[in-house]
Structures are given as C-alpha cells and as structure tokens.
Design a protein around this ligand. Structure first.
Ligand code: IPD
Ligand code: CA
Ligand code: CA
Length: 266
C-alpha cells in the first residue's frame, strides 16, 4: 500500500509543479487531471496485485466484485489547495475486510511524509511509531476542521469554528481532511472535526488516529461509522470537552455572540 501511495504521490507532485488546469465538478467543486490520473494509477496497481478486491474511489465510483475486501481511494485529498498551488494535499488509501478497517496509508508528497497503520500494530510516520498528544485541556489545544467545497450555505460549521476558536489555541483549516487526521495521530493537533465527509476522506485517517491511541466518534460520542457524516477525532483526552462544546452549540445555550461588525468598525 505504501508503495502505491508513494507512486501516486510522485505523480501528483509532477502535475503540481506543472500547474495543471482546473475543471469544475460542480459550483466550487474542483477536479484536475491529477485527481483522475492518480486514481487510474492506484486502481491499476490494486488490480495488478489483488484483482479480486472491491474498490470505492472518489473519481471512478464503486467497482464491486463481491469480494470481502474493499479499498477506499482518495487519489488527491486537498484538490482546492492543489489547484491553487498551496502545498497541502495527499493520497489516502484504506483497506477493509468484512466491514473492518485493517490498513490505512496517507502520503504527503510535498513533505515526503508516509503515515501508515495496520489494525492492532500501531501507527507510523516514515517508519517511526507515532502517538497522539498528551495535552489534556481544550484551552491548551490546537485543533482543526474543514468546510465542504460545495453546498457551503447548508453547512453550520462557521458557528463551530467561532466557538471552538474562543476555547482553544486556535482552529486550523488547512484543506485536507486526511492530513488533518494524521496531524491528530502524530500529536500536532489535539482534535479535528468535520461535517459530511465521505468514506474515502476518512477511512485511512480514522484507523491511523485509532492506532496512534486516539479516539474517533460521531458528534454524539457514538462509534464512528464511515457513513455517519460526522467525524470527531481527538487524542482522547480532550474528546469529552470538545463534545460538551458541540452540545452547547447544538442547543445554542452556550453560544458566544459574534461581534457586531458595524460596531467593531466604529
Ligand atoms: C476535501 C478535503 C477538505 C475537506 C472537504 C473534502 P477533496 O477533499 O478533505 O479538507 O474540507 O470536505 O471534500 O475534495 O480535496 O478530495
Ligand atoms: Ca477528499
Ligand atoms: Ca479527492
């Protein structure tokens, strides 16, 4: 899996340096030749080594052969960054057996960082074991989130962004959910959340966080499912505090009001 991710990452880097043209899948939903060529390469390698396996990939959809094994492929996570020349993007590959995630690999070609985890064997960054951070309070945490590239008007995350910013060292929005999860796994971030991610965004990263000693649930604290549309990952220590903030926001009881812009300007 790491060999495939490295090969796909090298392909992405080639296109990144050549400044490829951007196309639109939908309003503000970008795609490039790099997304498609990366998925083509990954699929051909999977077919070469494991011809029976099912594959769900973002660009080509689901190939169902009735196998007990299923791959989740995000050939380029962070397409908007990629298209603008902002160097935060990666390849994300996960393998599931009978509905259980057994392996995940995320490769960031710009930093040459290979994150990898196998169920029960821990998580690694470039072969070195990684662990979530030991920070236990939200007030000392750096956390991350993301916003969907389309249907933004239907997403309430700006309220969460504001509220959590007031209670932490800050909220980063770097533009690659898979790398955000890796940053939780290796202790750079204490937590990460996002609404409406797809299985190819989360499948590998969730396993990497769990194998690094972290926790992943939905916003109610129930076990994370690939189709649950809510992802809350943390080092485990600040999980309940984050959830408590979320509960306050959902019930609007503890919301700090946004400053009045006209008053601020005056
Ligand atoms: C996107 C990135 C982004 C997240 C979006 C995803 P894509 O994936 O992970 O960080 O906020 O929700 O759709 O489209 O670049 O593969
Ligand atoms: Ca993605
Ligand atoms: Ca993608």
């Amino acid at each position: 899996m790491t060999e495939i991710a490295r090969e796909a990452g090298a392909l992405l880097l080639g296109y990144f340096r050549a400044h490829v043209a951007v196309e639109y899948k939908g309003e503000a939903d970008l795609v490039t030749v790099a997304d498609r060529e990366s998925e083509k390469l990954i699929r051909s390698r999977i077919r070469q080594y494991w011809p029976q396996h099912d594959i769900l990939g973002e660009e080509e959809g689901f190939t169902d052969t009735g196998s007990e094994y299923r791959w989740y492929v995000d050939p380029l996570d962070g397409t908007t960054n990629f298209a603008h020349g902002f160097p935060v993007f990666c390849v994300s590959l996960a393998l599931e057996h009978k509905d259980a995630r057994i392996a995940g690999v995320i490769y960031d070609p710009t930093r040459d960082e290979m994150f990898a985890a196998e169920k029960g064997s821990g998580a690694y960054l470039n072969h070195q074991p990684i662990r979530v951070s030991g920070t236990a309070t939200l007030a000392e945490s750096l956390v991350a989130t993301g916003f969907p590239s389309h249907k933004r008007h239907k997403n309430p995350n700006i309220f969460f962004y504001h509220q959590i910013s007031l209670h932490t060292h800050g909220v980063r929005r770097a533009g690659s959910a898979a790398l955000d999860l890796c940053c939780v796994a290796c202790g750079r971030f204490e937590g990460f959340w996002e609404f409406n991610l797809n299985p190819w965004d989360t499948a590998a990263g969730v396993l990497i966080v769990e194998e690094a000693g972290g926790k992943v649930t939905n916003f109610s604290g129930c076990p994370f499912l690939l189709d649950s549309r809510e992802t809350l990952a943390s080092n485990g220590l600040v999980h309940d505090a984050l959830r408590a903030e979320f509960d306050k926001i959902f019930t609007a009881g503890g919301l700090s009001p946004l400053p009045d812009v006209r008053e601020y300007r005056r």
